[in-house]
Design a protein around this ligand. Structure first.
Ligand SMILES: Nc1nc2c(ncn2[C@@H]2O[C@H](COP(=O)(O)OP(=O)(O)O)[C@@H](O)[C@H]2O)c(=O)[nH]1
Ligand SMILES: [Mg+2]
Length: 255
């Protein structure tokens, strides 16, 4: 497969201008009856991992039946890949660094018709995956996100504020009905590949929503519990460097 093109100034302009003027569609591209068979298929769950050796066993143990963990590691130094393999996950090692690079590698390696994404730090409960997947299965959404309902201490205030502001901006620009840009997601694999996401850093989650909206996908969200990470250290919103990188990558997409 050809690598996705980088996000250029032109792509950004296209993203801005392609947001549907009348807002998102209310009927999904996928016909409803098409997905009934997917309920019986195993769903690949793409888990980007960077130094999560302590959290991985708990996350994998909570994976519901019908969902298969696909861990993508690109640079862990704590043996995360080995721990994940020992606990039953399929492991992909991606040489290119970056959060988006890991998500993209997982998407390419996945085999199921529908795929899910989630963080692997114990902050999200895999047992909530079926609820996030359901709108895609029943054909009422092309992309469904878990909107995080945080437990005390789960979310640094600055990250929560930034996320809400981003969701407001998305609603304003693209009329995407989201309150949060959450990491637990469900989507059709081939459709997502066709969106040709180009960001390989922390802009990946935002670019997914922007391009989905531009393609007039039906985007929905369901509430999911957000807990403090089980162990280890935050690489994104809980770290100054991670936050700066996320702001840089997302700002580049919003132009
Ligand atoms: N493979 C990979 N995973 C990453 C990278 N950065 C973050 N992650 C993973 O992405 C998920 C979210 O990161 P996290 O550190 O929890 O960010 P936070 O939720 O904003 O604090 C976790 O599963 C991390 O291990 C990266 O560069 N590569
Ligand atoms: Mg986290």
């Amino acid at each position: 497969m050809k690598p996705a093109p980088p996000v250029t100034r032109n792509t950004r302009r296209t993203l801005r201008h392609n947001c549907p003027p009348g807002g998102v569609r209310s009927t999904c591209f996928a016909p409803r009856n098409l997905w009934t068979r997917s309920l019986r298929a195993v769903i690949d769950v793409i888990l980007p991992v960077l130094d999560e050796a302590q959290a991985i066993p708990g996350v994998l143990a909570a994976m519901p039946s019908g969902f298969a963990a696909l861990v993508v590691d690109n640079g862990s130094r704590d043996g995360s890949a080995e721990v994940a393999a020992r606990h039953g996950a399929r492991v992909v090692r991606e040489p290119a660094r970056g959060f988006g690079a890991a998500c993209f590698a997982g998407l390419q390696a996945a085999r199921s018709e529908l795929v899910c994404f989630m963080d692997c730090d114990g902050s999200l409960d895999p047992r909530e995956l079926p609820r996030v997947l359901a709108p895609v299965v029943d054909g009422t959404a092309d992309l469904c996100l878990g909107a995080r309902a945080p437990l005390p201490g789960a979310w640094p205030w600055h990250a929560r504020l930034a996320n809400r502001a981003l969701a407001v901006e998305l609603r304003r620009r693209c009329r995407v009905p989201l309150t949060d840009l959450g990491p637990m997601r469900a989507v059709r694999r081939e459709a997502l590949l066709r969106l040709q996401l180009g960001d390989r850093g922390f802009g990946w989650p935002l670019e997914m929503v922007l391009k989905a909206a531009a393609a007039q996908w039906v985007i929905r969200e369901v509430s999911v519990t957000y807990r403090p990470r089980a162990a280890g250290r935050s690489k994104v919103s809980g770290s100054a460097i991670g936050t700066l990188r996320a702001v840089r990558d997302m700002s580049a997409l919003l132009g």
